[in-house]
Design a protein around this ligand. Sequence first.
Ligand code: ATP
Length: 240
Amino acid sequence: RVRGGALEIRDLTVGYGGAPVLHGVGFALAPGEVVALLGANGAGKTTLLRALAGLVPAASGTLTLDGDALTGLRTEDRARRGLALVPDGQSVVAELTVDENLRLGALWRHRGAARERAVADVYELFEPLARRRTSAGHQLSGGERQMLALGRALIADPVLLALDEPSLGLAPLVVAQLMGTLRDAAAQRGLTVLLAEQNVTSALSIADRGVVLDLGRVVADAPAAALAADETLRHAYLGF
Ligand code: ATP
C-alpha cells in the first residue's frame, strides 16, 4: 500500500558560499523504494539531504516529490508535502521524555484523538520505545535515541523518509536491529526511503538500490545486490 513518495532529483548543484559541493546530481526514487545513498566522508550525502529538506539552497537543478516541485518551498512546507528528515546526531531533546519527544513530532500534524492514535502507532511499531516512554532523552542508549528520532519522523506520517547516517556510533547488533525496524516500518507504511550511510553493508542489506556519490557526483546507481558484488566499485568508492 504505497501512497506516493516518488522523488526526482535532476541536475542538482549545491554549494556553501559559492563553492559547489554537489555538481549536477541526478537520480530518482520510485514510490516505496528504499535507496541507500553511499559515498565516503565528504562525498556530499549530508548536503544532498539538507538540500532536499530546504536547509541549504540549491544553486541550480530541480527536486520534485510526486511531481510537485520542492525547490523554492520552505522546510516546513516540504514537511507538509510529506518529506521527513531524520538528521544525524542528537536530534532527540535530552531533557524531554520519550513521550514528550514523540508528541513534539506530532504537534503540527495531528490534534486530539488523531495525535493519540499516531503516538500509539509508533509505540506499536517500536516496542522498546513503549517501555521507555517516561525516560528522559539523555537516559536512552544510542540505539534507542535513533529509534526515537525515527519514530518522531514517522509520526508526521511522511511519504518520503530521508535519514542521515542512523547507524553512526551504534554497535553492530544494534545497527542490524535498527535497519530491520526501518525496513519493516517502510514496508508497513508504504514509505519511500533515502538512507544516507557510511555503513555500506548494513544499508545495502535493506535497500533495493544504491546510489554512490564521489566528490559531489553520482558515480554509480544500481540494484543493491549488484553494488554489493562489484568489487572494483567497492574498493574505489566504498572503502572495503
Ligand atoms: P559525512 O559523512 O562526513 O557527513 P557527507 O558525504 O555527508 O560526509 P557533506 O557533509 O555533505 O558530506 O560534505 C560535503 C562537502 O561539503 C565537504 O567537503 C564539506 O567540507 C563541505 N561542507 C559541508 N558543510 C559545509 C558548510 N556548512 N560550509 C562549508 N562547507 C561545508
